[in-house]
Design a protein around this ligand. Structure first.
Ligand SMILES: [Zn+2]
Length: 324
């Protein structure tokens, strides 16, 4: 038998040349099992994905890179990208287990940028990345593949892995922003600063008239005096430096709602008014719950691993291989 194999190899070598033999010749049998191909958990899980016109089947291994491409700058530290990949995978399974999108009842997830997610295909991203495309795609793939199948669990269930762009030194409790406090979405320190985050500080100025009209659309019963400096009073800040409530035109509104009404980048803001205008000064970007992406990048720069980054932002979670 060995003679036959050797004879075949010799014939093939003569046919195709010796370089083939030296490059491809099997090792001498020594009782060792041939190496098993690596098993990808992500490659095993099939999703029904709404692409904007139809439902198509994709594995998690195919779908997840599109989420990471779309949600985090590929120039970020690789440990931050891995943390993002695990957060996205966790969010995906959380969504699958708590019910899909109501607007696509036949699909598990949606990759249409028109309605649901920031999914970005390899082609779209390559165009955006230009001459960095090859390097960045490799980083995205590495982030997904090196965290294959790993998910954050709390009480053995995938968590609501919320994330945001940047915080004002501290993240928000989920109950400060949404209706419910979740034990793993609690306020923690976050190390990003204006030195590392673009547009960390933003300013929005409205004329007094614009301010009044915008607020009155949401609250028609608001009463505005002649002096804009009297319009905004009694701001109360919560433990995470964001505006909890503030009184505008005689109405008490939540800071998160002020953010929505005026299109502010976050609920961490101060206001100033003069006779002509109202100015918001805002720090950070996003709802502030869960992982801060710029904070994750900063922690990675400081030498933290993706696991340490996730354990930093998601209190008390365990990180395990998970199959839905
Ligand atoms: Zn959609």
């Amino acid at each position: 038998m060995r003679y036959c194999v050797a004879a075949t190899l010799l014939v093939l070598a003569l046919l195709f040349g010796l370089p083939w033999l030296t490059a491809e010749a099997p090792e001498v049998p020594g009782g060792e099992d041939p190496e098993e191909p690596p098993v990808s958990v992500d490659g095993d899980v099939v999703l029904k994905v709404w692409d904007g016109s139809a439902v198509q089947e994709m594995t998690v291994a195919e779908y997840l890179p599109g989420m990471v491409r779309g949600e985090m700058p590929a120039s970020f530290e690789i440990e931050a990208l891995k943390a993002q990949a695990v957060a996205e995978r966790t969010y995906l399974y959380y969504k699958l287990e708590t019910g899909g999108k109501a607007n696509h009842p036949d699909a598990d997830v949606c990759m249409s940028p028109d309605c649901c997610t920031a999914y970005s295909s390899a082609e779209q991203s390559a165009e955006r990345w230009g001459d960095k495309a090859e390097e960045y795609e490799q980083r995205i793939q590495t982030a997904v593949q090196e965290t294959d199948g790993l998910v954050m669990l709390y009480n053995d269930e995938p968590i609501l892995a919320a994330f945001h762009s940047s915080s004002d030194g501290i993240t928000a409790n989920s109950g400060d922003v949404w209706v419910k406090d979740l034990p793993y979405l609690t306020s923690v320190a976050s190390p990003e600063t204006g030195d590392t985050v673009p547009n960390y500080y933003s300013v929005k100025t409205l004329t007094a008239q614009e301010f009044q009209e915008t607020f009155t659309k949401a609250y028609p019963q608001a009463q505005f005096s002649d002096d804009p400096q009297q319009w905004i009073t009694g701001a109360v800040h919560n433990d995470s430096a964001r505006v909890e409530t503030v009184n505008i035109g005689g109405i008490t509104v939540e800071g998160t709602e002020v953010r929505t009404i005026f299109g502010l980048r976050s609920a961490s803001f101060t206001t100033e008014a003069d006779a002509e205008s109202v100015t918001f000064r805002v720090t950070g970007f996003g709802h502030g719950v869960g992982m801060s992406q710029y904070g994750a990048n900063e922690l990675a720069r400081q030498g933290k691993t993706w696991k340490e980054i996730l354990e930093w932002y998601y209190t008390g979670v365990s990180i395990e291989t998970y199959r839905p």
